[in-house]
Design a protein around this ligand. Structure first.
Ligand code: F6P
Length: 319
């Protein structure tokens, strides 16, 4: 291979820069040209493709977001659009592509690979919902942002004897909520993967406040529904002063944690080397601390489940 390209796509996540940097520097180290595609599939279709050098990726490892920019691009679902994209890539002599993104972005990659472009995916999303990998780039940073919020919410909740309902991101996946609940010591965690009984929760909350409890934190994964509605119902049913915080896009930003920087760097190197060694149509993830290669089609065609051990642990420790 003489030249490869790198792009980020879908929702940005902290650590995408570290991964892109590793891809670029590894390819250059191996004597291969690297192009950066700006603003995801949208930029690809608009031919916003620029050759990168080592300096293009300096001073970015510590930054959240993605220096390449990103976008959501529903048009890419059409085969005609993908054929256009392929022609544009080929016009630059691009022979392989690293895509850093979540499920939707990797699905786009899988469809592009069906047209003959060698693709290597890296799981870049705060949601940690990519099948086949325990880890996605950015999830750890987002989790730490949520924990910081929980710590602060505890102070004010306790001062007022309130219930705080906190909505966190994660799309259809409850991983962020569950991990934040365990690490933040939440009383309840509502996730889409597990049924819950709000009446029972309200009865328990009422009893605990009657017995002197000063505050409770209820973490709600966005996939369950609106925390505003859930908070309203809890307030009405318990008669306890309840406030809702929707954390929103603050979860997507910030300087990546050490874990996200190191793992993203490991994954980025593997991705570049795989393409250079003629391997493609895989996603690199991390399982039990080790980098693993997952079939790209398998990864996008399966849904990740929430580890029942986490659910059990959260339940045991909140009682
Ligand atoms: O996939 C990452 C994510 O932050 C989800 O958790 C959330 O549902 C979604 O993206 C928000 O998307 P947007 O930034 O397009 O509003």
């Amino acid at each position: 291979l003489k030249s490869i390209a790198i792009m980020t796509s879908g929702g940005d996540s902290p650590g995408m820069n570290a991964a892109a940097r590793a891809v670029v520097r590894t390819a250059l180290y191996e004597g291969v040209k690297v192009f950066g595609i700006y603003d995801g599939y949208k930029g690809m279709l608009e031919d916003r493709i620029v050759e990168l050098n080592s300096q293009s990726v300096s001073d970015i490892i510590q930054r959240g977001g993605t220096f390449l920019g990103t976008a959501r691009c529903p048009e890419f679902k059409q085969e005609e659009t993908r054929k256009e994209a392929l022609k544009i890539l080929q016009s630059h002599g691009i022979e392989g592509l690293v895509i850093i993104g979540g499920d939707g972005s990797l699905t786009g990659g899988s469809l592009l690979s069906d047209l003959g472009m060698p693709i290597v995916g890296l799981p870049g999303t705060i949601d940690n919902d990519v099948w086949g990998s325990d880890y996605t780039i950015g999830a750890d940073t987002a989790l730490n942002t949520i924990l910081d919020a929980i710590n602060k919410l505890r102070d004010t909740a306790s001062a007022h004897r309130r219930i705080i309902v906190l909505e966190v991101m994660g799309r259809k996946c409850g991983w962020l909520a569950m991990m934040a609940g365990i690490a933040g010591g939440a009383e309840y965690v509502l996730v889409p993967e597990v049924k819950y009984d709000l009446n029972k929760i309200c009865d328990e909350l009422k009893t605990s406040y009657d017995n002197g409890r000063r505050y409770s934190i209820v973490v709600v994964a966005e996939g369950v529904g609106s925390a505003v509605d859930i908070g309203k119902e809890i307030g009405e049913k318990t008669g306890i002063d309840t406030r809702v915080t929707v954390l929103g896009h603050v979860q997507r930003g910030g300087s990546p944690t050490a874990e996200d920087r190191v793992k993203a760097s490991m994954l980025g190197e593997k991705a570049a080397l795989a393409l250079l060694n003629g391997q493609s149509n895989i996603v690199f993830g991390i399982n039990e601390g080790k980098v693993v290669a997952i079939d790209l089609h398998d990864s996008v065609n399966n849904n990740k489940t929430l580890d029942p051990e986490l659910v059990r642990l959260a339940r045991v420790l909140s009682k």
